[in-house]
Design a protein around this ligand. Sequence first.
Ligand code: C2E
Ligand code: MG
Ligand code: MG
Length: 305
Amino acid sequence: EVNISCSVGIALYPDGCEPNKLIARADAAMYAAKRSGGSKHCFYSPDMDAAAQANFEMVRELRHAIAHDQLELYYQPKVDTRSGKFTAAEALVRWRHPQRGWVLPGEFLPVLESMGLMRELGRQVFEMAARQQAAWCAAGHRLQLSVNLSPSEFADTNLLDTLQLCLARTACPPQALELEITESMLMGGDDRPMRTLQALRALGLSIALDDFGTGYSNLAYLQRFAFDTLKIDRSFVQAPEAERPLTAAILGLCRALGLRPVAEGVETSGQHQWLQGLGVQEFQGYLFSRPLPPQQFEALLPVPG
Ligand code: C2E
Ligand code: MG
Ligand code: MG
């Protein structure tokens, strides 16, 4: 069962409006409808310009941030419970805002994505991660680092060239990197996503399916796209008792397809023990560590050798 909703923004012409402002006004009205809960319509009113202005301001600041290296990566360890050691990590972007302090990706990535600015940030993120990983490899650390890809990056026809260039520039071994994508990026009916994944694989990169269970969870995709890792979304990891059989079934599916499951968002030792009992070996979540700045993360790594 799929529930969809629709928010409508309405702007009137002429009503004191220049023709070239009409779409922007309808857009501002639509965002107002979404902000007030969605599934409704809103007529444009001048106070909505303030919200649009705030959005505009954020985009301006983000452009500045991208150009002036105000974006940083935090690293969240993934623990392998066979050895009890941190053997992998996920790179997560953070924005160090001069006035507001640290801003989380949930606040600014959707703005970048909707403004078509995500590719530049994505390139920067990948290059930062590759550079850091090259340094860790050179220091003798053996850990796999995963980097998230956004929908527009995945759809970008220059993606392969961009990544290849970053890998060459940073001298990072591609085998030490994994890309996390989400299911919605694979939909669309044509074979482009498949070809992109094959080409990424051919570069030597591993592929993880992120947030599994939150989208359409198309089982045919799991077979067809041959991922290396399946990240079980935290809604399944934190599932109430009654919904736990579903999580167990997903893990059975992983085993049958030869996928490596990683449990995301593990917060309690109860969740950890339950999933370990179901055969999960890799865990990521606040129970083990929050995402950390590089120096703090490094201090947790096993001594190389
Ligand atoms: P994600 O890829 O699923 O990343 C996991 C998110 O869950 C991170 O949030 C992480 O801090 C959070 N998390 C980890 N453990 C726990 C836990 O035990 N409990 C709870 N409640 N949360 C936990 P974060 O860093 O705010 O990132 C949110 C999302 O933004 C990410 O979800 C990813 O989709 C996106 N994102 C983050 N960094 C990047 C990036 O560099 N590029 C792209 N394209 N997307 C990114
Ligand atoms: Mg992820
Ligand atoms: Mg996730």
